[in-house]
Design a protein around this ligand. Sequence first.
Ligand SMILES: NC(=O)c1ccc[n+]([C@@H]2O[C@H](COP(=O)([O-])OP(=O)(O)OC[C@H]3O[C@@H](n4cnc5c(N)ncnc54)[C@H](OP(=O)(O)O)[C@@H]3O)[C@@H](O)[C@H]2O)c1
Length: 291
Amino acid sequence: MKILVTGSSGLLGSDIVFTLKKNNIEVIRQRRRPENGFIAADITTADGIATIAGLEWDAVIHSAALKDPDKCENEKDATFRTNVYATEKLAGLAEARKAKFIYISTDYVFPGTNPPYSEEDRPSPVNVYGESKLKGEEKVSSICKDYRILRVPILYGIRAGLKHSALLYSPLSVLLSGKECPMEDSIIRYPTYTGDVADAVLLLLRKGASGIYQFSGEDKLTKLGICKLIAEIFNLKMNNIIRLEKPPEGETVRPHDSHLKTDKIMSLGMNTPLPFRERLEMLRKEGFLKI
Ligand SMILES: NC(=O)c1ccc[n+]([C@@H]2O[C@H](COP(=O)([O-])OP(=O)(O)OC[C@H]3O[C@@H](n4cnc5c(N)ncnc54)[C@H](OP(=O)(O)O)[C@@H]3O)[C@@H](O)[C@H]2O)c1
């Protein structure tokens, strides 16, 4: 089997490629910008889609997206071209050659007012990013016969380099800078390790019926909580961090708590993820997480 991984230079795509290769699966790595070892293709253009159509693959893991909620809010057209139009085109290519299609989606398809959410709960996104990813899901499920949609919450990882992992990099930079910084303590996040998501993708590739699946870490933390935990692990002081009771005025609206139920993927044999602290301590011990 030869698998096309879109967005394979990204935070998640790089771990998906790593896991597939470790399991002796042949991979085609795609990204937008040219780089050795990657197929460069802008999936928002007809040329980019033609490039991908000209390659030999028999399954697609579609991880490429615009994922920054603030940017998406301000760049709605680019967001819809990337997250909806390109997804529609890629799903069409996969269906034409009867290839399995795995689409990476998000907990932001839910409003975050009544967690936890199951795969069957009705999505109702509160921002442009969530709306575009939900529309992407709808394209995939209406075009492909053999698809898997995998919803995940906020991710962290090290494979693409620490700077790609805002969840780790931002608090670390702020803590190390010593400069005063406000940090929000209300929106609930469930940090999820990209290596675990890559395992979930592999599981869905090998098992599982067509449909929607969800996977999530189980640590319930705000941005401030994440920062405190990172400060403890690296023995850094929190003196420069100012607690904000709610998100700053004018910030893009985010779901308050979009906790995902994971029983469906767990029943396929997915391993329980390591707690956030344990994973960070392990990455640190192994030398992947350095300051
Ligand atoms: N990160 C999270 O916390 C999170 C949470 C939930 C769900 N997700 C979902 O997980 C998936 C992966 O996210 P990520 O964090 O790995 O993203 P990322 O680090 O921002 O990487 C995005 C990837 O997509 C590629 N890409 C973007 N626009 C493209 C275009 N027009 N044409 C071709 N390639 C393009 C980028 O290529 P270049 O590097 O060449 O630009 C890069 O390889 C996304 O579907 C996202 O919605 C992410």
